[in-house]
Design a protein around this ligand. Structure first.
Ligand code: NAI
Length: 256
């Protein structure tokens, strides 16, 4: 049976780990040829090995989403390998711990930490959108883009102001892009995961997993595959009337 992404080319950032890796694998299973982009190129190659072992087609590309030249090169490399880009998943991101000690309130947060968070989690999404959309417009035929926001793109979280600001920015950017390119046939949506078991959340869960789960009606963490299945669907023609949307997947956290 043909997959829902049969014949399409997908570009996935943060594809070396967690949600991005699971999504690259699911997209390949659904028939897409996948460019797995990440600053951790060796780990991206491991994702490619998983895809190849399952009979899919993928390439690994190294690059940093905060640098426009890298983003332009990653998009160009995808096009030179596969001829076009039909779907993109702008998912590379970092947690508050990557830019400073956990638990800092706003008045304790250094500007460098704030700027770095915005650079990766918001500017990175902008740069990817910019170059993907330019490619989709040039090749014609539309496209589908999913950005990774978070439930933190819809609510506030104490001691994560920089992360929350960046993710709210992703939701806003998604809506504006959706409106700008609707008539070009390019759909732009975001996915808003709750707490998902990945390397990013490992330490947080070790420290305060019980407190987190007490706020999740399903009383468990999600797994990357539960995001991946939705993203693959949002990128497929089955989601043909969906654009500008925030798709929450969180075991009921946001509803509670
Ligand atoms: P992860 O840490 O497993 O994967 C993130 C990937 O992004 C890594 O492979 C990393 O090398 C890559 N990356 C980071 N900075 C980069 C840069 N500047 N350029 C290129 N690649 C870069 O994390 P996870 O959990 O899979 O997160 C993926 C996305 O999901 C992030 O945007 C995160 O904010 C978001 N998210 C995660 C949640 C969770 O509970 N795990 C919940 C809500 C959102």
């Amino acid at each position: 049976m043909a997959g829902i992404l049969e014949g399409k080319v997908a570009f996935v950032t943060g594809g070396a780990s967690g949600i991005g890796q699971a999504t690259a694998v699911v997209m390949a299973r659904e028939g897409a040829r996948v460019a797995v982009a990440d600053r951790a190129e060796a780990d991206a190659a491991a994702t490619v090995a998983l895809i190849n072992a399952a009979g899919g087609q993928a390439i690994a590309i190294g690059g940093d989403v905060t640098r426009e030249a890298d983003v332009a090169a990653m998009v160009a490399r995808t096009v030179s390998a596969f001829g076009r880009i039909d779907c993109a998943f702008n998912n590379a991101g970092i947690a508050p711990r990557a830019v400073g000690p956990a638990g800092q309130r706003l008045h304790e947060l250094g500007q460098e930490a704030f700027d770095r968070m915005l650079a990766v989690n918001l500017t990175g999404v902008f740069l990817c959108l910019k170059h993907e959309v330019a490619q989709m417009l040039a090749q014609g035929g539309g496209g589908a883009i999913v950005n990774t926001a978070s439930v933190a793109g819809l609510i506030g979280l104490a001691t994560s102001g920089h992360y929350v600001a960046a993710k709210h920015g992703v939701v806003g950017l998604t809506k504006s892009a959706a409106i700008e390119y609707a008539e070009d046939g390019i759909r732009v949506n975001c996915v808003n995961p709750g707490y998902i078991t990945t390397p990013m959340t490992k330490e947080t869960v070790e420290e305060r997993g019980e407190k987190i789960l007490a706020k999740v009606p399903m009383r468990r963490m999600g797994i990357p595959g539960e995001i991946a299945e939705a993203v693959a669907w949002m990128c497929s023609d089955k989601a043909s009337f969906m654009t500008g949307a925030s798709h929450v997947i969180d075991g009921g956290y946001y509803a509670a």
